[in-house]
Write a protein that binds this ligand. Structure first.
Ligand code: NAI
Ligand code: MG
Length: 498
């Protein structure tokens, strides 16, 4: 098989499929069909065509996977030294880089995202494995002074079997940022990718085996949230659940896990503000806003979906943004467009309904505002890059997550009002701030409620910087050293030695 990007793209363009994609669950190190025989289709959002079929699991498959991951906790894996766990993760990083082309093409087809964005996600996944490869042998405990008659110390232990519920917008990114620290910590894992995007999770499970991970340490079961996700998060042998997705489903997951007193890290929705003050570098701000809301067609939990702009800068910035938004080229992901389709026809309808309702309320849609198609084929689930100006603070367009390429613009008289507008939703995931005034930037960073703040570069950071939400955006932190603590439980030991 020729696994270069051009060869894979040509294969898809000629045959409508890619050979050798995984089509069964990965359980106990083997490709395994669903116990029920159930299957689902992968559909290409760029043209609406089915291109692959895969096993759709249910509670029986989850049962086998969880039992197997539970058994794997006490085998070879528990005997592996922390350094050996790190070495496996380092090999996984190397293999991901070697096989990046195949991962990126599969990710682009499954999600619809432009190939260059999928390539970035795969590179990020490799970097994530590399980052956590360095941590297992550096997570030290403490000694606690109790005087000469005692010895007291702490130990970090793996939490046990972990469940990973993955969304369809950043499949390989979200999986790697939760699985890498779980494995670094010595946990085992059962992964349930989104039904729309199972491919890279199954591929990554198999790659980890080749990197040296013992069979069963990671099991991957594809299927819907109801059939496969719900039995996983309610399984009593699962001791931690990493969930990324909608706030509504997140609340259900927390409720299900609560029955077993299982911990959950919910990474949920957002309506993140991007504040631009009048003294900002407007070129940098315009670039930042374009990426914040139009990357992945706005299907980003941490999208900068509200521009909060100081009144003096409003008209100039709007002019620049409208020109840039109109210049974006839409197209099938494999053709490397500026913006690809959204992930499903159901999701497209939801975006369109939210914008149509805003139009009916009399809101000012300055560009976009309609569904669209790939100009080459007139197919696919596209939405035009859309900007809605002067959105009142309490309007649904300023309050609700749209999860599409729709920017709500809100005008503030000064920095104080910008803070109050920024804090005016139930969400608090991330925030962006553009200003040349260093002190003002940090004052805003202090007063805007968010798990992560970006100053003068939206999405600045990377795997080593902690990420997560407050309020309805969730709790707990992924990424960085803090992201590994989630997968460890602290034991303290106190001994009388006299
Ligand atoms: P979802 O939150 O229902 O799905 C995310 C993951 O959870 C998928 O793997 C799904 O199969 C699984 N899931 C669903 N129900 C479950 C349950 N009861 N127990 C365990 N797992 C379950 O999101 P969905 O339905 O794909 O999209 C709905 C809306 O959610 C989107 O239109 C978007 O607005 C938002 N969303 C937000 C995300 C974010 O990162 N903030 C990611 C995905 C969706
Ligand atoms: Mg759902």
């Amino acid at each position: 098989m020729n696994n270069t990007v051009p060869a894979l793209v040509a294969q898809y363009q000629q045959t409508g499929r890619i050979e050798g994609l995984p089509d069964r669950h990965l359980i106990a190190g083997n490709w395994t069909p669903s116990a029920s025989g159930g299957i689902m289709e992968s559909v290409d959002p760029g043209n609406g065509n089915a291109f692959h079929q895969f096993a759709a699991g249910d509670a029986d498959d989850i049962e086998r996977a969880v039992e197997n991951s539970h058994a794997a906790l006490s085998g070879e894996w528990s005997a592996a030294s922390p350094a050996a766990r790190g070495a496996i993760l380092a090999r996984a990083a190397d293999l991901t880089r070697q096989e990046a082309a195949r991962f990126a093409v599969a990710e682009s087809l499954d999600s619809g995202k432009p190939l260059q964005e999928a390539e970035g996600d795969v590179a990020g996944a490799a970097r994530c494995f590399e980052y956590y490869a360095g941590l297992p042998d550096k997570f030290e405990g403490r000694t606690i002074p109790l005087g000469p008659d005692y010895l007291a110390y702490t130990n970090w232990e793996p939490v046990g079997v972990t469940g990973h519920i993955i969304p369809w917008n950043y499949p390989i990114s979200t999986l790697s940022r939760s699985i890498a620290p779980a494995l670094a910590a010595g946990c085992t894992a059962v992964v349930k990718p989104a039904e729309q995007t199972p491919l890279t999770a199954l591929m990554l499970g198999e790659l980890l085996l080749r990197a040296g991970l013992p069979a069963g340490v990671v099991n991957v079961v594809a299927g819907t949230g109801i059939d496969a996700g719900a039995p996983l998060v309610s399984h009593p042998l699962v001791r931690h659940v990493s969930f990324t997705g909608s706030t509504t489903t997140g609340i259900e997951v927390i409720r299900a896990a609560a029955r077993n007193v299982t911990s959950v890290l919910p990474e949920l929705g957002g309506k993140s503000p991007l504040v631009v003050l009048a003294d900002a570098d407007m070129e940098a701000a315009a670039d930042g806003i374009m990426g914040a809301i139009f990357e992945n067609a706005g299907q980003i939990c941490s999208a900068g979906s509200r521009l909060v702009v100081e009144r003096r800068a409003h008209s100039g910035l709007m002019e620049a943004l409208v020109a840039r938004a109109r210049a974006l080229k839409l197209g099938h992901g494999l053709r490397r467009p500026d913006m690809g389709p959204v992930n499903s026809s159901a999701h497209l309808s939801k975006i369109a309904a939210m914008v149509d309702a805003a139009r009916d309320r009399g809101l000012e849609i300055v560009t976009g505002g309609s569904v669209s198609t790939d100009p080459e084929t007139e197919k696919g689930w596209f939405y035009q890059p859309t900007i809605i100006d002067n959105v009142p603070v309490d309007d649904p367009i300023a309050q609700e997550e749209i999860f599409g390429p729709v920017l709500a613009v809100q005008i503030a008289d000064d920095a104080e009002e910008a803070i109050s507008i920024a804090n005016s939703t139930k969400y608090a995931l991330v925030a962006g701030i553009y200003t040349r005034d260093f002190a003002t930037a940090h004052r805003l960073a202090q007063r805007i409620d968010a798990g992560q703040v970006f100053i003068n570069e939206y999405f600045a950071g990377g795997i080593s910087v902690p990420f997560g939400g407050n309020r309805m955006s969730g709790f707990g932190r992924e990424k960085g050293i803090d992201g590994m603590r989630t997968y460890l439980k602290l034991k303290s030991v106190a001994a009388r030695i006299s």
